[in-house]
Write a protein that binds this ligand. Sequence first.
Ligand SMILES: NC(=O)c1ccc[n+]([C@@H]2O[C@H](COP(=O)([O-])OP(=O)(O)OC[C@H]3O[C@@H](n4cnc5c(N)ncnc54)[C@H](O)[C@@H]3O)[C@@H](O)[C@H]2O)c1
Length: 257
Amino acid sequence: MAVAIDLSGRSAVVFGVANQRSIAWAIARQLHAAGAALTITYQNERMGRSALGLVEGMERAQAVECDVLDEAAAQAAVAQAADTAPLAVAAHSVAFANREDLDGAFSATGVEGFRTALEVSAYSLLPVARAAAERMSEGGSILTLTFHAADKVYPGYNVMGVAKAALENEVKQLAAEYGPRGIRVNAVSAGPLNTLAARGISGFSNMHEIHASRSPLRRNITQEEVGAAALFLASPLASGVTGHVLYVDAGYNVMGV
Ligand SMILES: NC(=O)c1ccc[n+]([C@@H]2O[C@H](COP(=O)([O-])OP(=O)(O)OC[C@H]3O[C@@H](n4cnc5c(N)ncnc54)[C@H](O)[C@@H]3O)[C@@H](O)[C@H]2O)c1
């Protein structure tokens, strides 16, 4: 039995659009194309310049400012989305670490840098999930973005590997907590993509090249492929999937050498 993905009459909120290369934007576009009323969020006024431009002229779409560490702002963004139609999807595509903590010896990470990376990149899923779950009276799908460095050592990724490991654990705990309410929680583990956040990772180009040459598909992935996987996880096609990390990495994670 074929099942088409139709999110019309439902709303989706996607956190973390910086520009047209953002994974958040790729996800947002797919959800919108499937019929959802779309709310994207941007971190601050500077990011807003691009984000507002992206939704300009689009029907069923709005952009709102939200620093995810401000719980009231996360609540407000979710409320604005839910005002347009019953909330079905919340996608969290947010991460940050200080540049000096994405280079050099991991053991040199200081407490402030550790705290910043973990707060923004891992903790922030909790206020987003809390706000979203409160509004998902008909069930729903919560998504986040992770990376293989949660599991394996990527020199240069440093403290962000710790943040992604924490984030993946949160996905499991939230899935267990919200499952009885029909709310699914999953992560997409994307291969390297050239985005604003990626530019902060020392050795990113090297990582990008290695993934292309060693992955089973012998190439890098695209933002669109991540967006499509997110749409799948957000849709009824994934109704039996929760607490899962779905790799969209051209298969790189299965390789030994
Ligand atoms: N690009 C990659 O190679 C790659 C691979 C795997 C996973 N990811 C993950 O995908 C997600 C999105 O990153 P991206 O690559 O699209 O880069 P991006 O720079 O486009 O997106 C990161 C977003 O996080 C936002 N952000 C940072 N601090 C914030 C805060 N306090 N409040 C609100 N927003 C904040 C930024 O403004 C930006 O919009 C991140 O979680 C990243 O770790 C990226």
